[in-house]
Design a protein around this ligand. Structure first.
Ligand code: KDG
Length: 315
């Protein structure tokens, strides 16, 4: 196993036309969830991935299991919970610039993930444990599970990669800041967005933010800067790696998860950090050109064409 992750996936409903959702009459349904977005991205790039979670024993749960399995992600450690439903969420694309998210996930099956769902052996065999700040926000038992998984990973020298993925709708600010900083301090690699770094440290610049994460204990920090690219910093080197331009952003949600997939894929291939960051930037950019959180994740061929030729790879 290259990467294992723990987190909630949901069925995502999106109105088929732009505008306020109150006027929508037709919705498409898709699969989403930060952790599986990244695992699916990695799987499309040829890596072995595993997902630890719970879904409801219901139709949406069945749809999630089928979709994630079909993408090549191992789901042996996903439980079907008869006592709680699969979470869902809605994505309203108000116009070209505004995307809004509405969750219906309180008391969902995944919010009942607990430390007993973890098997040491499954984590021990992975090269990376990938965590996001969404899972500890879901419930106390989810938070405990995240910390237990960190203990297990550390015991076996499995590297911990952490994307703070701040979701303000899920928790109260002070609790979020405290928990995300505690996890960041235990992680080997941290992948914050610039606004998450600003939230956590009350500093504006990406260099200062990266420095703060290094001080906490991470050995690699990559601050994502949207279309400007990403800034990475280690104890030995630091650099701003420019992003890829796309002519039209169709849906920005999921770009950070795509970045994580591309970046980790680079590391798994043995690339130097700068190249891994470039790969992350490229995957993140491709993701924004397609509607849906996973639909735009490229395979190796598509990614290579995007990098060589730019966005228009169909000619
Ligand atoms: O990063 C995209 C995710 O935010 C989306 O897929 C849904 O997991 C999700 C969440 O909790 O917001």
């Amino acid at each position: 196993m290259d990467v294992v992750s723990i987190g909630e996936s949901m069925i995502l409903f999106t109105p088929e036309s732009k505008g306020l959702m109150r006027y929508a009459s037709h919705f498409s349904s898709k699969v989403a969830g930060a952790e599986t977005n990244t695992l699916i991205g990695l799987s499309r790039l040829g890596h072995c991935t595993g997902w630890i979670s719970r879904v409801g024993r219901d139709e949406f749960g069945a749809a999630l299991l089928a979709a994630v399995r079909a993408e090549g992600v191992n789901i042996d450690h996903v439980k079907q919970d008869s006592d709680a439903p699969t979470g869902i969420y809605f994505k309203e694309l108000v116009n070209e610039d505004i995307a809004r998210i509405y969750y219906y996930r309180k008391h969902s099956a995944a919010s009942r993930i607990s430390p007993g769902d973890l098997q040491e052996d499954y984590i021990r065999k992975a090269k990376y444990l990938y965590l996001t700040g969404i899972t500890p926000a879901l419930s106390e038992s989810c938070e405990k599970t995240v910390f237990r998984s960190i203990e297990l990973a550390k015991k076996s020298n499995v590297k911990i990669v952490f994307d703070p993925n701040l979701r303000r709708k899920l928790w109260e600010e002070e609790k979020a800041r405290k928990t995300l900083l505690t996890i960041a301090a235990l992680a080997d690699i941290v992948l914050p967005g610039i606004s998450e770094g600003q939230f956590l440290f009350d500093k504006a610049g990406y260099e200062d933010i990266a420095e703060e994460f290094l001080k906490l204990g991470a050995s690699v920090v990559v601050v994502k800067l949207g279309e400007r690219g990403a800034y990475f910093s280690t104890r030995h080197e630091a650099q701003l790696v420019p992003g890829y331009k796309v002519s039209r952003v169709v849906d920005p949600v999921g770009a950070g998860d795509g970045f994580a997939a591309g970046f980790l894929s680079g590391l798994l291939d043995g690339a130097p950090i700068k190249e891994a960051v470039l790969k992350g930037n490229a995957v993140g950019a491709v993701v924004t050109t397609v509607n849906g959180d996973i639909e735009g994740l490229p395979d190796r061929d598509l990614l290579a064409s995007f990098i060589q030729q730019g966005e228009d790879v169909s000619r």
